[in-house]
Design a protein around this ligand. Structure first.
Ligand code: PLP
Length: 458
């Protein structure tokens, strides 16, 4: 998945010899074979499969009526309608930028530590994009050159690893545990890179700080300030290191307490970039995301964006502004949380019933989000090259191999891991999918393994 850096098309001066690639740019070659395309192809080719793979949202709770009403509000006022149907500005629709910043301040306003810091941010620092993926890509385009290093949690959101590969950057994995990214491991990695003379190539730490993809873990409140402090200590005026905090799943919490963002611990306002999206808590079809940036990055990022689309779809932003104005978004999120909580319970119950009897299989129990992270016995590789992946297809289900979620440097890949999602399927299909996975594991697990492998703690 993550091609060895030496053979990366952006870093290799020898033109590719293969005939089918003639005429393609190095960037096009670097974009080949991304896991997302492979998995979508599998799902489309086998519509009968129970897909516990794609991170699509629950179709039943999509806000059809609320969206209809919000469109009505936008389109029934000719002045507003014309503004929405016209090109917008590069940074996006100002009332929406204000609204998302206000919501962030409100969510972070619980801790005395965070208040002053967050309120230093202003609407000029908010840029709207076509989904937060676009913001992430713009950030990497703005900060990272081929050969530069981006630290990530290992495992992490695999689409970001694809983006890094596409620009020829090196992903470097940092250890995680049940409290999220481990601060000591972050410090050790930075020290190691400093000693090897590579610190100046480290441009960013990317981390999904709430209910992450793929493990569905939130970084502990106690670690947040430490993480920001460590990065600041290794950052310098000549070689700044930024933290890209991806908060895509923050609102999908149905247990435990919310915690302040990493952004709120950046008292100087020069280190943390906060990205978020309406894709998970409203609708991915609308595809509105955004970033809150340090002041010095706003213009360089807008210059990138100006060269791409000089503004993301304006109608979608007007729509989301009307949704927030309606005051009904919170009610919708409550309904979502209930629906996901039910589906999560269905998946965990099915895991207890079908997977618990298999020795060496363990999983994390989420308190929000849409994923369950599964660890298999060590000798069982879950990737498409191993026996389990095809056996699972034969049994009727599709999962995301965990190995896709590891960068090629730093923490080693754990091939015996799986990301499951419960978002798309009904509780009955979730159960059927887990039952099929259990059959597949049993079919490929060596008969003596059950005796050899001791069951991990849950
Ligand atoms: C962690 C994370 N960040 C960002 C995104 C991108 O969402 P969008 O581009 O739709 O805003 C996703 C989508 O799955 C995700 O899982």
């Amino acid at each position: 998945v993550n091609k060895p850096i030496a053979s990366h098309p952006l870093q290799n001066s020898t033109p590719p010899a293969v005939e089918t690639t003639a005429g393609l740019s190095r960037r096009a070659l670097a974009a080949e074979g991304q896991p997302i395309s492979f998995l979508m192809h599998k799902a489309l080719a086998h519509p009968e499969l129970v897909s516990l793979a794609a991170g699509f949202v629950d179709p039943v709770t999509l806000p059809v009526e609320l969206t209809r009403q919000a469109f009505e509000v936008v389109l029934s006022d000719p002045r507003r309608a014309r503004a929405a149907l016209q090109y917008g500005t590069t940074p996006g629709h100002a009332p929406l930028r204000e609204a998302v910043l206000d919501r962030l301040l409100e969510a972070d306003g619980q801790g005395h530590l965070v208040e002053g810091a967050v309120r230093k941010r202003s609407v000029e620092q908010v840029v709207m994009t076509a989904g937060s993926n676009q913001m992430l890509r713009l950030l990497f385009d703005t900060l990272v050159d081929a050969g530069d290093i981006v630290l990530t949690a290992a495992p992490t959101y695999f689409v970001v690893l694809g983006m890094l590969g596409n620009i020829g950057a090196r992903g470097f994995g940092i250890e995680v545990d049940e409290g999220g990214l481990v601060p000591d491991a972050l410090e050790a990695a930075l020290l190691r890179l400093k000693r090897s003379g590579e610190l100046s190539r480290v441009k960013a730490l990317y981390v999904v700080s709430y209910l992450d993809n793929p493990r569905n873990i939130t970084i502990d409140a106690a670690r947040r300030g430490q993480i920001v402090d460590i990065v600041k200590r290794y950052s310098s005026v000549r070689h700044p290191i930024r933290i890209i905090e991806d908060a895509a799943y923050r609102e999908l919490r149905y247990g435990g307490e919310d915690v302040p963002s990493l952004l709120s611990y950046d008292l100087e306002g020069d280190t943390v970039i906060h990205t978020d999206t309406f894709s998970k808590a409203y609708s991915p079809g609308v595809r509105v995301g955004w970033g809150v940036l340090p002041r010095d990055l706003v213009e360089p990022l807008l210059n990138q964006k100006g060269n791409i689309d000089f503004g993301s779809p304006n109608l979608a932003q007007h729509l989301m502004a009307a949704v927030l104005e309606s005051g009904l978004h919170g009610t919708h999120v409550e309904a979502l949380r209930r629906a996901y909580s039910e589906k999560c319970t269905a998946m965990l119950d099915a895991c207890d019933d079908y997977l618990a009897p298999i020795s060496g299989v363990s999983w994390l129990r989420p308190t929000g989000g849409i994923y369950v992270w599964l660890t298999l016995p060590e000798q069982l590789a879950a990737g498409p090259g191993g026996p389990l992946f095809d056996q699972a297809l034969t049994e009727g289900m599709l999962y995301v191999p965990g190995e896709y979620c590891y960068p090629s440097e730093g923490v080693g890949i754990a091939p015996n891991t799986i990301r499951l999602t419960f978002a798309m399927q009904t509780p009955e299909r979730i159960r059927a999918g887990i039952e099929a996975l259990a059959r597949a594991i049993q079919a490929v697990l060596p008969a003596d393994a059950t005796a050899r492998v001791s069951r991990s703690a849950r």
